[in-house]
Write a protein that binds this ligand. Structure first.
Ligand SMILES: Cc1cc2nc3c(=O)[nH]c(=O)nc-3n(C[C@H](O)[C@H](O)[C@H](O)COP(=O)(O)OP(=O)(O)OC[C@H]3O[C@@H](n4cnc5c(N)ncnc54)[C@H](O)[C@@H]3O)c2cc1C
Length: 491
């Protein structure tokens, strides 16, 4: 039985480990931190439960497909609720509420711009076609060749790869609030909407077509489910075990050293940040130079606050976007001229609004996120300054005082992303999905220099986000299985 070491225990590593264990490999997972889950870990404090990272459960079909590959259903592990409202967007002079069906969302669009619902239906119908093509024809390819992108369907839509989502949205929608609403979903891909191909409108179908879901107990329930599946399949999980070196003999991976202990292995799959994973190799075995990494476009980092409130908050939903400042200025401060934002947009999540299990009785669990450029200076003073800015705006927009109801505040920012996850420049969501960083143009799943060394996760194929990370784990497992168990069809 061939041995595989999987580095890291984020979604991509857990996914790869499950597929490989099912295929008959002896899989050992080595995680640096004391708990599994990577960026999706959980913080529990004074009876409040926080998802440290992801909070939006989109594309439920991808989660179902993952568990179905093991003869399971999500409901075997956690219960899902479709949120209504899905989310609320606060603008300076209005609040948009996105409900749980396209009909209800059309009503809201009509309220803002008469006639816009006709365009919206046509836009979402095209977005749905793109979703079907993206999910069934594109993202399941390992990104080894440009030809993977050439299908009958993509050739017919080639214009959509060279036009941005911003251009597409602005063709039909004139109201800036509707434009921001329709540009929001591609932010999950990590780049500016004017740098994201319009083909990625499939994210709008994920939003308005498939809806926003919540696993009872929080996103960490998915990690718990995957961990229990991995254990059931025979994966050995070792936490508190940072890998310090990947060893190579005769051009082939031979082992890893973690916390001074050697692990001999036939294959290594690293789900740790790609740049960091390469630094675990001696220089001649690294595929990409520092210059390569430095010129890539990264998805933002984030300044995050986890706040325990001693009362229930008013006028908020489970997910809330504060788009009450200038988006163009903020995004230019993330991508074009990296600096702390002058007037940041932010996101606030209160899972206890719909899920009582997330906070003590009569209290609210609050998570605030400000997207920022990776690599910024991160100090306690800056964190405090931005906390004051957003809490002040939050109070104004929601019409209540909350400062006097704060039991505790924890924060997480660039330095923590580096410290906790070995993240390049403290990126939160990996490498952006721009046209020049799509599919075969992303860092490769398979090492070109070391045999039996593979990579997975949000810096490789297909890209950032929980569903893509699940797919990334599957893709890398398929490559490994193809190379090592050629005559068997395991997945
Ligand atoms: C704040 C935030 C909000 C987000 N919101 C959403 C959302 O709402 N919806 C969504 O779909 N996605 C969201 N994302 C993105 C999503 O969480 C990520 O794309 C996904 O979790 C990445 O998984 P991964 O396996 O690639 O990496 P990670 O989760 O980073 O896993 C990598 C693992 O490797 C470990 N590691 C690093 N170095 C070593 C080493 N030397 N030895 C051993 N282990 C090591 C790390 O500790 C970590 O556990 C969010 C991310 C963040 C940070």
């Amino acid at each position: 039985m061939k041995k595989i070491i999987v580095i890291g225990s984020g979604f991509s590593s857990l996914s790869a480990a499950c597929y490989l264990a099912k295929a008959g490999f002896k899989v050992t997972m080595l995680e640096k931190n004391t708990t599994v889950g990577g960026r999706a870990r959980q913080l529990v404090k004074q009876g409040f439960t926080f998802d440290i990272g992801p909070s939006w459960y989109w594309m439920p079909d991808i989660f179902e497909k993952f568990f179905a590959d093991f003869g399971k259903k999500t409901s075997d592990f956690y219960s899902l609720e479709k949120l209504d409202p899905a989310y609320k967007i606060f603008f300076k002079d209005d609040i948009l509420t996105i409900r749980d069906t396209l009909d209800k969302i059309c009503d809201e669009f009509e309220r803002i711009e008469a006639g816009s619902s006709t365009y919206l239906r046509a836009f979402i119908s095209k977005a749905q076609e793109n979703y079907d093509i993206a999910i069934n024809k594109i993202v399941l390819k390992p990104g080894l060749s440009p030809l993977e992108l050439v299908t009958k369907e993509t050739v017919l839509r080639v214009d959509q790869f060279f036009k941005s989502i911003s251009q597409e949205v602005r063709k039909k929608f004139k109201n800036p609030k509707l434009i921001s609403t329709l540009e929001f979903p591609v932010l999950f891909l990590g780049a500016k909407p004017n740098k994201t191909p319009s083909f990625y409108s499939f994210m709008n179908y994920a939003d308005f077509g498939l809806g926003t879901w919540h696993p009872k107990g929080g996103m960490y329930e998915i990690i718990k489910a995957m961990k229990s599946l991995a254990l059931e399949l025979g994966v050995t999980i070792i936490t508190n075990s940072p890998v310090e070196k990947i060893e190579v003999e005769n051009g082939k991976v031979s082992g890893v050293i973690a916390k001074g202990k050697s692990f001999a292995t036939d294959i290594v799959i690293s789900g740790a940040d790609y740049h960091h994973s390469e630094t675990l190799l001696d220089k001649p075995y690294r595929q990409y130079s520092e210059a390569y990494w430095n010129k890539k476009t990264y998805a933002p980092s984030s300044l995050l606050f986890y706040v325990g409130f001693s009362k229930k908050l008013k006028n908020v939903e489970h997910h809330n976007l504060f788009f009450d400042t200038n988006f163009d200025v903020h995004s230019s401060e993330i991508y074009d001229h990296p600096q702390w934002p002058t007037d940041p947009l932010f996101y606030a999540n209160f899972p206890s609004v719909t899920d009582k299990s997330m906070a003590p009785e009569g209290c609210e669990t609050g998570f605030f996120l400000i997207p920022i450029a990776p690599g910024l200076e991160d100090t306690p003073e800056l964190r405090k300054q931005y906390f004051d800015i957003i809490i002040n705006r939050f109070e104004q927009r929601t019409g209540q005082t909350v400062l006097n109801a704060i039991l505790f505040t924890e924060s997480f920012c660039v330095n923590d992303f580096v410290e906790e996850y070995n993240s390049f420049k403290g990126n939160a969501y990996g490498m952006a999905n721009t046209l020049a960083q799509t599919a075969f143009l992303r860092p490769s799943l398979k090492s070109k220099k070391v045999e039996n060394l593979y990579f997975t996760g949000q810096l490789t194929v297909p890209g950032p986000g929980v569903p893509p990370s699940l797919i990334s784990g599957k893709l890398v497992a398929e490559l490994t299985i193809k190379k090592n168990l050629q005559n068997e069809n395991h997945i």
